[in-house]
Write a protein that binds this ligand. Structure first.
Ligand code: ZN
Ligand code: ZN
Ligand code: ZN
Length: 369
Protein backbone atom coordinates (compact mmCIF):
# COMPACT_ATOMS: atom_id res chain seq x y z
CA UNK A 1 0.00 0.00 0.00
CA UNK A 2 1.18 3.55 -0.62
CA UNK A 3 0.87 5.82 2.39
CA UNK A 4 -0.79 9.14 1.64
CA UNK A 5 1.69 11.14 3.71
CA UNK A 6 0.29 14.56 2.79
CA UNK A 7 -3.24 13.79 3.97
CA UNK A 8 -2.06 12.16 7.21
CA UNK A 9 0.17 15.16 7.97
CA UNK A 10 -2.73 17.51 7.24
CA UNK A 11 -4.98 15.62 9.62
CA UNK A 12 -2.37 15.67 12.39
CA UNK A 13 -1.81 19.42 11.85
CA UNK A 14 -5.55 20.09 12.15
CA UNK A 15 -5.60 18.08 15.39
CA UNK A 16 -2.56 19.96 16.75
CA UNK A 17 -4.18 23.30 15.99
CA UNK A 18 -7.43 22.22 17.61
CA UNK A 19 -5.55 21.10 20.72
CA UNK A 20 -3.49 24.31 20.95
CA UNK A 21 -0.19 22.43 20.48
CA UNK A 22 2.52 24.10 18.37
CA UNK A 23 4.30 20.97 17.19
CA UNK A 24 4.77 17.23 17.45
CA UNK A 25 7.96 15.18 17.53
CA UNK A 26 7.77 11.49 16.69
CA UNK A 27 10.59 8.92 17.01
CA UNK A 28 10.68 5.46 15.34
CA UNK A 29 7.67 3.23 15.96
CA UNK A 30 4.13 2.77 14.72
CA UNK A 31 3.27 6.49 14.94
CA UNK A 32 6.23 7.38 12.71
CA UNK A 33 5.35 4.66 10.24
CA UNK A 34 1.73 5.83 10.20
CA UNK A 35 2.64 9.46 9.47
CA UNK A 36 5.54 8.93 7.05
CA UNK A 37 5.51 5.33 5.83
CA UNK A 38 9.08 5.16 7.16
CA UNK A 39 9.84 1.93 9.02
CA UNK A 40 12.88 3.45 10.74
CA UNK A 41 14.98 1.45 13.15
CA UNK A 42 14.77 2.49 16.81
CA UNK A 43 18.49 3.01 17.47
CA UNK A 44 20.63 5.16 19.75
CA UNK A 45 21.11 7.75 16.99
CA UNK A 46 18.13 10.09 16.75
CA UNK A 47 15.63 9.75 13.93
CA UNK A 48 12.60 12.01 14.30
CA UNK A 49 9.69 13.50 12.43
CA UNK A 50 8.87 17.05 13.48
CA UNK A 51 5.45 18.41 12.54
CA UNK A 52 4.74 22.07 13.26
CA UNK A 53 1.04 22.89 13.66
CA UNK A 54 1.40 25.08 10.56
CA UNK A 55 3.95 24.84 7.76
CA UNK A 56 6.07 22.05 6.36
CA UNK A 57 7.16 19.07 8.49
CA UNK A 58 10.65 17.57 8.29
CA UNK A 59 12.48 14.36 9.04
CA UNK A 60 15.77 14.51 10.96
CA UNK A 61 17.99 11.47 10.49
CA UNK A 62 21.60 10.42 11.12
CA UNK A 63 23.77 11.12 8.08
CA UNK A 64 24.49 7.43 7.58
CA UNK A 65 20.77 6.67 7.29
CA UNK A 66 20.03 9.38 4.73
CA UNK A 67 19.79 6.91 1.84
CA UNK A 68 17.23 4.80 3.71
CA UNK A 69 15.21 7.85 4.71
CA UNK A 70 15.19 9.14 1.14
CA UNK A 71 13.48 5.93 0.02
CA UNK A 72 10.63 6.47 2.50
CA UNK A 73 7.19 7.51 1.25
CA UNK A 74 7.59 10.79 3.18
CA UNK A 75 10.80 11.80 1.39
CA UNK A 76 9.50 10.53 -1.95
CA UNK A 77 6.46 12.78 -1.53
CA UNK A 78 8.76 15.77 -1.02
CA UNK A 79 9.25 16.02 2.75
CA UNK A 80 12.53 17.73 3.69
CA UNK A 81 15.18 15.49 5.29
CA UNK A 82 17.73 17.10 7.67
CA UNK A 83 20.82 15.17 8.69
CA UNK A 84 23.12 15.24 11.70
CA UNK A 85 26.68 13.92 11.67
CA UNK A 86 28.32 11.79 14.34
CA UNK A 87 29.62 14.81 16.31
CA UNK A 88 26.58 17.12 15.92
CA UNK A 89 24.05 17.54 18.67
CA UNK A 90 21.11 15.73 17.05
CA UNK A 91 18.44 17.47 19.13
CA UNK A 92 19.63 20.91 18.09
CA UNK A 93 19.63 19.92 14.42
CA UNK A 94 16.26 18.18 14.60
CA UNK A 95 14.44 20.68 16.71
CA UNK A 96 16.03 24.13 16.21
CA UNK A 97 13.43 25.33 13.68
CA UNK A 98 10.71 24.93 16.36
CA UNK A 99 12.73 26.26 19.30
CA UNK A 100 10.40 29.20 19.92
CA UNK A 101 7.30 27.01 20.25
CA UNK A 102 5.34 27.21 23.52
CA UNK A 103 3.90 23.70 23.69
CA UNK A 104 5.21 20.61 21.92
CA UNK A 105 3.98 17.00 22.11
CA UNK A 106 6.26 13.97 21.83
CA UNK A 107 5.07 10.49 20.93
CA UNK A 108 3.99 8.23 23.80
CA UNK A 109 6.85 5.81 23.23
CA UNK A 110 9.73 8.27 23.00
CA UNK A 111 12.64 7.11 25.15
CA UNK A 112 12.85 8.94 28.51
CA UNK A 113 16.49 9.75 27.71
CA UNK A 114 15.35 11.78 24.68
CA UNK A 115 12.50 13.53 26.47
CA UNK A 116 14.88 14.69 29.20
CA UNK A 117 17.49 15.81 26.64
CA UNK A 118 14.85 17.93 24.90
CA UNK A 119 13.67 19.40 28.20
CA UNK A 120 17.24 20.33 29.14
CA UNK A 121 17.94 21.95 25.76
CA UNK A 122 14.63 23.77 25.43
CA UNK A 123 13.51 24.47 29.02
CA UNK A 124 11.02 27.17 28.07
CA UNK A 125 8.90 24.80 25.99
CA UNK A 126 6.05 22.97 27.68
CA UNK A 127 6.56 19.32 26.72
CA UNK A 128 3.59 17.00 26.82
CA UNK A 129 2.20 13.70 25.52
CA UNK A 130 -0.09 13.82 22.50
CA UNK A 131 -3.05 12.61 24.55
CA UNK A 132 -5.63 11.10 22.21
CA UNK A 133 -4.38 13.01 19.18
CA UNK A 134 -2.57 10.18 17.37
CA UNK A 135 -4.78 7.38 18.71
CA UNK A 136 -7.88 9.18 17.42
CA UNK A 137 -6.38 9.28 13.92
CA UNK A 138 -4.95 5.76 13.91
CA UNK A 139 -8.07 4.01 15.18
CA UNK A 140 -10.11 5.28 12.23
CA UNK A 141 -8.79 3.11 9.42
CA UNK A 142 -8.97 4.09 5.77
CA UNK A 143 -9.98 1.56 3.10
CA UNK A 144 -6.31 0.98 2.26
CA UNK A 145 -5.56 0.06 5.87
CA UNK A 146 -8.60 -2.22 6.07
CA UNK A 147 -7.35 -3.95 2.91
CA UNK A 148 -3.96 -4.48 4.59
CA UNK A 149 -5.62 -5.92 7.70
CA UNK A 150 -7.75 -8.22 5.54
CA UNK A 151 -4.59 -9.42 3.82
CA UNK A 152 -2.90 -10.06 7.20
CA UNK A 153 -5.97 -11.93 8.48
CA UNK A 154 -6.04 -14.16 5.40
CA UNK A 155 -2.38 -15.00 5.97
CA UNK A 156 -2.91 -16.05 9.60
CA UNK A 157 -6.05 -17.98 8.60
CA UNK A 158 -3.89 -20.06 6.24
CA UNK A 159 -1.72 -21.00 9.22
CA UNK A 160 -4.77 -22.02 11.30
CA UNK A 161 -6.01 -24.16 8.41
CA UNK A 162 -2.71 -26.08 8.58
CA UNK A 163 -2.98 -26.77 12.34
CA UNK A 164 -3.42 -30.52 11.73
CA UNK A 165 0.23 -30.57 10.56
CA UNK A 166 1.47 -29.15 13.86
CA UNK A 167 -0.71 -30.36 16.74
CA UNK A 168 0.36 -33.93 17.37
CA UNK A 169 0.18 -35.91 20.62
CA UNK A 170 3.71 -36.52 21.94
CA UNK A 171 5.12 -33.26 20.54
CA UNK A 172 6.00 -30.43 22.92
CA UNK A 173 4.35 -27.03 22.84
CA UNK A 174 7.79 -25.55 22.14
CA UNK A 175 8.41 -27.76 19.07
CA UNK A 176 4.93 -27.02 17.79
CA UNK A 177 5.38 -23.27 18.27
CA UNK A 178 8.63 -23.29 16.28
CA UNK A 179 6.88 -24.99 13.36
CA UNK A 180 3.95 -22.58 13.57
CA UNK A 181 6.31 -19.56 13.64
CA UNK A 182 7.92 -20.77 10.41
CA UNK A 183 4.48 -21.23 8.85
CA UNK A 184 3.46 -17.70 9.85
CA UNK A 185 6.36 -16.40 7.73
CA UNK A 186 5.73 -18.90 4.90
CA UNK A 187 2.10 -17.87 4.63
CA UNK A 188 2.73 -14.17 4.07
CA UNK A 189 4.17 -12.31 7.06
CA UNK A 190 7.63 -10.77 7.38
CA UNK A 191 7.82 -12.02 10.95
CA UNK A 192 5.95 -14.01 13.57
CA UNK A 193 5.16 -11.69 16.50
CA UNK A 194 3.88 -14.28 18.98
CA UNK A 195 2.87 -17.92 19.16
CA UNK A 196 0.82 -19.16 22.11
CA UNK A 197 0.30 -22.92 22.34
CA UNK A 198 -1.54 -23.61 25.60
CA UNK A 199 -2.26 -27.32 25.92
CA UNK A 200 -4.39 -28.96 28.62
CA UNK A 201 -4.01 -27.08 31.93
CA UNK A 202 -1.69 -24.53 30.26
CA UNK A 203 -4.68 -23.39 28.19
CA UNK A 204 -6.18 -22.02 31.39
CA UNK A 205 -3.49 -19.31 31.55
CA UNK A 206 -4.44 -16.68 28.94
CA UNK A 207 -0.86 -15.39 28.63
CA UNK A 208 0.88 -18.75 28.68
CA UNK A 209 3.29 -18.78 25.74
CA UNK A 210 4.84 -22.23 25.39
CA UNK A 211 6.46 -24.90 27.57
CA UNK A 212 8.07 -28.32 27.22
CA UNK A 213 4.74 -30.03 28.01
CA UNK A 214 3.97 -32.82 25.53
CA UNK A 215 0.51 -32.83 23.98
CA UNK A 216 -1.75 -35.62 25.26
CA UNK A 217 -4.58 -37.26 23.34
CA UNK A 218 -7.83 -35.52 24.31
CA UNK A 219 -6.12 -32.20 25.19
CA UNK A 220 -7.83 -28.89 24.49
CA UNK A 221 -5.19 -26.61 22.95
CA UNK A 222 -5.48 -22.82 22.72
CA UNK A 223 -3.52 -21.52 19.71
CA UNK A 224 -3.19 -17.72 19.55
CA UNK A 225 -0.90 -16.52 16.77
CA UNK A 226 0.01 -13.36 14.91
CA UNK A 227 2.57 -11.70 12.71
CA UNK A 228 3.35 -8.52 10.80
CA UNK A 229 3.00 -8.23 7.02
CA UNK A 230 5.24 -6.35 4.61
CA UNK A 231 3.21 -3.13 4.85
CA UNK A 232 3.38 -3.18 8.66
CA UNK A 233 -0.16 -4.35 9.51
CA UNK A 234 -0.64 -7.12 12.07
CA UNK A 235 -2.64 -10.31 12.30
CA UNK A 236 -3.96 -11.95 15.49
CA UNK A 237 -6.32 -14.91 15.68
CA UNK A 238 -7.09 -17.57 18.29
CA UNK A 239 -8.71 -20.94 17.78
CA UNK A 240 -9.05 -23.80 20.26
CA UNK A 241 -8.45 -27.36 19.10
CA UNK A 242 -9.04 -30.83 20.50
CA UNK A 243 -6.21 -33.31 19.93
CA UNK A 244 -6.97 -36.80 18.66
CA UNK A 245 -10.50 -37.21 19.95
CA UNK A 246 -13.74 -35.33 20.33
CA UNK A 247 -13.71 -33.49 23.66
CA UNK A 248 -15.56 -34.77 26.73
CA UNK A 249 -19.21 -33.75 27.05
CA UNK A 250 -18.31 -31.31 29.83
CA UNK A 251 -15.77 -29.56 27.60
CA UNK A 252 -18.21 -29.39 24.70
CA UNK A 253 -20.81 -27.69 26.94
CA UNK A 254 -18.31 -25.16 28.25
CA UNK A 255 -17.09 -24.45 24.73
CA UNK A 256 -20.65 -23.95 23.49
CA UNK A 257 -21.09 -21.11 26.01
CA UNK A 258 -17.94 -19.41 24.73
CA UNK A 259 -18.90 -19.88 21.08
CA UNK A 260 -22.34 -18.41 21.71
CA UNK A 261 -20.83 -15.42 23.53
CA UNK A 262 -18.35 -14.65 20.75
CA UNK A 263 -21.04 -15.08 18.10
CA UNK A 264 -23.43 -12.79 19.98
CA UNK A 265 -20.75 -10.10 20.36
CA UNK A 266 -19.98 -10.22 16.63
CA UNK A 267 -23.69 -9.97 15.76
CA UNK A 268 -24.13 -7.05 18.16
CA UNK A 269 -21.10 -4.84 17.35
CA UNK A 270 -21.88 -1.97 14.97
CA UNK A 271 -21.44 1.78 14.60
CA UNK A 272 -23.24 3.70 17.33
CA UNK A 273 -22.74 1.21 20.17
CA UNK A 274 -20.04 1.70 22.81
CA UNK A 275 -16.90 -0.39 23.12
CA UNK A 276 -17.86 -1.38 26.66
CA UNK A 277 -21.29 -2.62 25.59
CA UNK A 278 -19.66 -5.17 23.25
CA UNK A 279 -17.75 -6.52 26.24
CA UNK A 280 -20.84 -6.51 28.45
CA UNK A 281 -23.10 -8.50 26.16
CA UNK A 282 -20.63 -11.38 25.93
CA UNK A 283 -19.72 -11.25 29.60
CA UNK A 284 -23.40 -11.46 30.57
CA UNK A 285 -23.91 -14.68 28.60
CA UNK A 286 -20.84 -16.26 30.15
CA UNK A 287 -21.88 -15.08 33.64
CA UNK A 288 -25.43 -16.38 33.15
CA UNK A 289 -23.90 -19.81 32.47
CA UNK A 290 -22.11 -19.57 35.82
CA UNK A 291 -18.69 -19.07 34.27
CA UNK A 292 -18.28 -15.30 34.66
CA UNK A 293 -15.44 -15.57 37.17
CA UNK A 294 -13.41 -17.52 34.59
CA UNK A 295 -13.52 -14.79 31.87
CA UNK A 296 -10.62 -12.83 33.32
CA UNK A 297 -9.71 -10.37 30.56
CA UNK A 298 -11.28 -7.67 28.40
CA UNK A 299 -13.05 -8.67 25.19
CA UNK A 300 -10.55 -7.15 22.80
CA UNK A 301 -8.10 -4.56 21.55
CA UNK A 302 -7.70 -2.44 18.45
CA UNK A 303 -5.19 -3.58 15.82
CA UNK A 304 -3.33 -1.95 12.95
CA UNK A 305 0.35 -1.10 12.77
CA UNK A 306 0.51 -2.50 16.31
CA UNK A 307 -1.11 -5.69 17.57
CA UNK A 308 -2.54 -3.86 20.59
CA UNK A 309 -3.75 -0.30 20.06
CA UNK A 310 -6.96 1.70 20.47
CA UNK A 311 -9.85 1.06 20.73
CA UNK A 312 -9.89 -1.29 23.73
CA UNK A 313 -13.10 -3.30 24.10
CA UNK A 314 -13.39 -3.13 27.84
CA UNK A 315 -15.80 -2.09 30.59
CA UNK A 316 -15.32 1.63 31.19
CA UNK A 317 -14.53 2.51 27.57
CA UNK A 318 -17.52 4.59 26.48
CA UNK A 319 -16.06 5.24 23.02
CA UNK A 320 -18.81 4.98 20.39
CA UNK A 321 -17.79 2.67 17.53
CA UNK A 322 -17.54 4.17 14.05
CA UNK A 323 -17.08 2.65 10.59
CA UNK A 324 -13.44 1.79 9.94
CA UNK A 325 -12.48 0.79 13.49
CA UNK A 326 -10.59 -2.51 13.66
CA UNK A 327 -10.41 -4.59 16.84
CA UNK A 328 -10.48 -8.11 18.20
CA UNK A 329 -13.46 -9.91 19.69
CA UNK A 330 -11.82 -12.59 21.80
CA UNK A 331 -13.71 -13.83 24.85
CA UNK A 332 -12.11 -16.71 26.73
CA UNK A 333 -13.02 -19.02 29.58
CA UNK A 334 -10.25 -20.49 31.75
CA UNK A 335 -10.70 -23.18 34.39
CA UNK A 336 -7.51 -23.04 36.49
CA UNK A 337 -5.54 -26.28 36.54
CA UNK A 338 -7.84 -27.91 34.01
CA UNK A 339 -8.23 -26.31 30.57
CA UNK A 340 -9.25 -23.16 28.79
CA UNK A 341 -10.57 -21.89 25.48
CA UNK A 342 -10.62 -18.63 23.53
CA UNK A 343 -12.08 -17.64 20.16
CA UNK A 344 -10.58 -14.54 18.56
CA UNK A 345 -11.51 -12.77 15.34
CA UNK A 346 -10.28 -9.43 14.07
CA UNK A 347 -13.29 -7.41 12.93
CA UNK A 348 -13.76 -4.07 11.18
CA UNK A 349 -16.78 -1.87 11.77
CA UNK A 350 -18.74 -1.33 8.54
CA UNK A 351 -21.64 1.08 7.88
CA UNK A 352 -24.15 -1.13 9.69
CA UNK A 353 -22.29 -3.91 11.48
CA UNK A 354 -18.89 -5.53 11.39
CA UNK A 355 -16.91 -7.59 8.92
CA UNK A 356 -15.04 -10.51 10.46
CA UNK A 357 -11.63 -10.63 8.80
CA UNK A 358 -10.82 -14.09 10.18
CA UNK A 359 -12.98 -16.76 8.63
CA UNK A 360 -11.71 -20.19 9.77
CA UNK A 361 -14.11 -22.48 11.64
CA UNK A 362 -14.89 -21.37 15.19
CA UNK A 363 -15.93 -24.83 16.28
CA UNK A 364 -13.77 -26.82 18.68
CA UNK A 365 -11.96 -28.46 15.78
CA UNK A 366 -10.64 -31.97 16.31
CA UNK A 367 -7.17 -32.43 14.81
CA UNK A 368 -5.95 -35.96 14.14
CA UNK A 369 -3.23 -35.98 16.75
ZN1 ZN B 1 -4.54 -13.13 19.97
ZN1 ZN C 1 -5.74 -10.35 20.39
ZN1 ZN D 1 -20.95 -19.37 15.43
Amino acid sequence: MTVDVASRIQRVQRALTAAGIDGLMVTPGADLRYLTGYDAKALERLTALVVPAAGEPWLAVPELELAEAQRSPAALSGMEVLTHGETDDPYTVAFAPLRRAATVAVDDHMWAQRVFALQDLFPDIRWRTPGRLLADLRMRKGPDEVASLRHAAAAIDRVHRRMGEFLTAGRSERQIAAAIAAAIVDEGHVRADFVIVGSGPNGASPHHSVSDRLLQPGDCVVVDIGGTTIDGYCSDSTRTYAVGAAPAEEVAEFYAVLHEAQHTQCDYAKPGVTAESVDRIGRKLISDAGLGQFFVHRTGHGIGLETHEEPYIVEGNTLVLEPGMAFSIEPGIYLPGRYGARIEDIVVTTQDGIERLNTTSRELTVVDG
